[in-house]
Ligand binder design. Structure first.
Ligand SMILES: [Zn+2]
Length: 297
């Protein structure tokens, strides 16, 4: 009996064409931002779910058995790379998945930073819209690999989304154009906006490093408070996936206000202000603009 069953299984595998997946394709993205970009590019051809959902923290995420099951059933897995998902390679191994695995950040220029005395790569590359265009391109390539007969549709959808991202990139530059150089400073709780700062000429500082693991030191917090007072910085922001506790303390001591949550590593829930990547960039930019216009005054 067992022999017969094995033969049948092998026959079924042999009959299935290697590249053709049924639509909608099953895609798993590590974070909600990647899930949205995948959805924009893949449209109805793809059902995508994030591992770390809205308002979730990818730095400290603990995978579940359900995640392994989702990866095992996936046709395509979309990852950020750049060291963001430290928990992923073990999860992929444990799942035994045969999915196409795409690293969305392939081809971006990584920011190398010193964090707590260690040289590390900043994983938050999506905060520069030009990089999101590279992400979308890479994701489209992975989807066409899985659905070669849908290449034209995917490429059309990817081109339409790319045009949206190009507009968004100009919109950000336009929003920030009239802010004097000396006022282009923003303080957030964790160091997630380095790519944004480099792309749009804003100095971003944070009491906490590039990961949300570990607490900021008293010295780091004190230094920021002194700086905020001397430079008259009136707003301090926290990210949606982090606790506002530290920035509340900083705001109190620096006579500043805590701004609305900005979105760094995860989107908002569907009814929030940053349920898509493009809305996230617009929301953050609007808040940053308001805060920078008050700087130094
Ligand atoms: Zn982060």
């Amino acid at each position: 009996m067992r022999f017969v069953k094995t033969v049948l299984t092998l026959a079924a595998i042999a009959l299935a064409p290697v590249t053709a997946h049924a639509t909608p394709l099953k895609a798993v993205a590590t974070i909600s931002i990647l899930a949205d970009i995948t959805h924009q590019v893949g449209g109805d051809l793809v059902n995508v779910t994030p591992i770390v959902g809205p308002d979730g923290d990818a730095h400290t995420y603990k995978p579940t058995p359900q995640d392994a099951k989702a990866l095992a059933e996936a046709d395509v897995i979309i990852t950020n790379g750049l060291g963001l998902e430290g928990w992923l390679s073990r999860l992929i191994k444990a799942s035994g998945t045969k999915a196409i695995i795409a690293v969305a950040s392939t081809g971006v220029t990584p920011r190398q930073m010193v964090d707590d005395g260690r040289k590390i790569t900043d994983p938050h590359a999506w905060q520069n819209v030009a990089n999101a265009r590279i992400y979308a391109h890479n994701i489209a390539s992975a989807l066409t690999k899985a659905l070669p007969d849908q290449t034209t549709v995917i490429q059309q959808q990817a081109a339409a989304y790319d045009a949206q991202l190009a507009d968004l990139d100009s919109w950000v530059n336009g929003q920030l154009a009239d802010i004097p150089a000396a006022q282009r400073k923003i303080i957030t709780s964790h160091d997630a906006f380095g790519y944004y700062g480099a792309a749009y000429n804003v100095t971003l500082q944070a009491p906490q490093g590039m990961s949300t693991e570990g607490e900021p030191t008293a010295a780091q917090v004190a230094k920021l408070i002194t700086q905020m007072k001397s430079e008259k910085i009136h707003r301090v922001f926290f990210e949606n996936m982090a606790s506002p506790k530290v920035v509340q303390r900083i705001a109190e001591e620096a006579n500043a206000k805590v701004g609305d949550a900005v979105y760094s590593d995860a989107l908002s829930k569907a009814d929030g202000p940053a349920a898509t990547y493009t809305n996230m960039i617009r929301h953050n930019t609007t808040l940053f603009r308001e805060a920078m216009l008050m700087n130094g005054k």
